[in-house]
Structures are given as structure tokens and as C-alpha cells.
Ligand binder design. Sequence first.
Ligand SMILES: [Zn+2]
Length: 373
Amino acid sequence: MKTRLLLFLVLAVCTVIFNSFKVHNNNTEKPFVVVLDAGHGGHDPGNTGNGFKESDIALKIVLKLGEALEKNTEIKVIYTRKNDVFVELFERGAIANRVDADLFVSVHCDSHHTQAYGAGTFVLGLHANKRNMEVAKKENEVIFLEENYHENYAGYDPNSPESFIGLTLMQEEYLDQSIMLASLVQNNFVNRLKRKDRSVKQAGFIVLHQSYMPSVLIETGFLTNKKEGAYLNSKKGQREMATSIADAILSYKKNIQIATIDSQNPVITQDEIDNAIATVEEKIYDGITFKVQLAASSKKLETKSYNFKGLKDISMEMEGKLYKYYYGGTSNYNEIQLMKAFAQEKGYSSSYIVAFKNGEKLKLSDVINSEEK
Ligand SMILES: [Zn+2]
């Protein structure tokens, strides 16, 4: 068993060296694919508050948004529609799945019988309240205009939003990332454009249900509100909304790539590390918890894997003015050595092992030496 551990450590070191060469090979990497979905179109105009046409406004924002993104050569933009045509809801997500997109962004305008106004961004989930449910219901109703909706949305009835619960939520896996993008979008709407914040919300949008990647649906504002409708119908409004969304997507891309830069094609996979841990000889130190310290920062990060290059089992502790971030937690010293090697392979080259007893940090050498005497 000891040879296995040694072999693994040698492999890990080779990987770190190999990865440092890979940097020169960036041009062969897959582009970051963004699928832009302008809501409605063709015989479905969407809402027509104040005589403004949702399908037109959504398309104009999306085309400007795509133009802004295409300036970045690492990004490839795919549109579900580029003109005034009808595209079925299930087909929109399918387009994104076929091109193996990194993001799916659907753009809409809201309506209400009051003078309600403001911009909101949705991720897929169960309707948390009646208003969210109403928004989803309105956007989902378009399936009645589709010929084979019974077959394409088996078991779903837009008139009974509860039936949504019966559908498998493919999006669950991507919820963290979807919320991250949605927050960045809202942040730009509110802080830059001073739009009223209708915040990041969850609801059961059929169009988000079909895609296998982080996905958001943006309600840019209310056409039924006189002032907001006119703003969204104007060139200025469309340009500003498009730029805000584009910048949010660029920030998202940057965040994700910092977090996963070395785990795109890891030579050692999560499965391999799990297998190695399962087979490694145990070397237990009673009452001690070993962790791998990854980073110390004045910035508070959520302990989600996307913030830590894909590593799971992250914990955080405040020490003085700094937040310390740890990976793993075990009393098996051999296991934590494997985890440290894995963290280093992921890019945390200066990570190291720390030991805790009753929540107190001990010097690692003290712990190891005390047992080996
Ligand atoms: Zn819509």
C-alpha cells in the first residue's frame, strides 16, 4: 500500500510539471459557448404592454448582447433565433445542449396589470411565491401555440403549475453557477443602470428546464409600465441592458475560469483520487483532524466547489482578520497527504497540511512526532 501512495505522489508531481507546459497550448481549447435566446417570435409576440412588442425588444437586446460578447475571441455566441421566427420552447434548450454550451441566457420583458416595474433574473426552481409562479406561467403558456406540446412536455400543464414538480430538475446540478451569473446580471442592472431590483428568483420556466448547463432567464423590465416600456423600447435602453448583461457574462466567465483553470482536463480525476483514498493504508491519529489549508484571504468566499477549482469538502474558519479555507477533514494522515497532492495538482501549489485537536490548531510536526516516538 505504501508503494501505491508513493506512486500517486510521483504521478501528482509529474502532473504539476505537465500542467505548467500546457499553458502554451491555449489556442486548442474549446471556446466558451454562450447560447442567447430571445424570447417569443413569429406568431408569438410575447406581451404587448403599451403597444410595445416583447418579441422585438428581446431580439434587439439579444443581438446587441451577442455583438458585445463576440468582441471577445474566446467566446462563441449561438442564437436560438436571429429574426422574427417562432421557435418551440423545448427546441431552445436542445440547441444549447447540441452545441455543448457553457451558458444559456434567455431574455424577456415582463407585464403586469399594475404599474409595477423593475428588472429580475430567474434561475430554474420551484416557484417560491405566487408572483414568481405567475411570471413562469405566462412565459410557459406559449407551449399552447406549439403543435405537439403534449408529446414534447409530457405531463406538464401550464394551467397547473404544480405539475412542474413532476418534471425532473436537470438544472439542480448547475444551480450554484446559475445563481452566480444571475447575481452578476442583477448587480449591473441595479448598481450601474439604477433599475429597480426585483432580485434573483427561482421559478419553473420550461425554457430553462431543458438545458444541461448553467441557465438564467432575464426579465429586463415591464412593458406595461409606461416609463420602463419606453426605456426598453429605446435604442439607449436596449444598448444599456445588453452591455450590462454582456459584462456580467464576462465576469462570470472569469470567475469560473479562475476556479477551474487546472481542472478542465485534469490528469488525475476526482474518481482516481477517491479510489486512491479508499485503498490507501490507514494511519489514524486519534482525536486529530487533518485538513489541507488552501488559502487565507480577507475576502469571504462561499465554500462552494466553484470557488475552489472544483474541490469539494471545503470549510472556512476566521482567524484574526483572515478567512482561512480548508479542504478535507480526516484523522487519517495518509488520506490527507493524497488530498494535499490533489489540491496541488488543481493549482494550489502552496497548500499544506494542518492539524486540529478540539478545534485548536496544532503544529503538524508536533502531532506527527508525538506519535512516532
Ligand atoms: Zn417572455
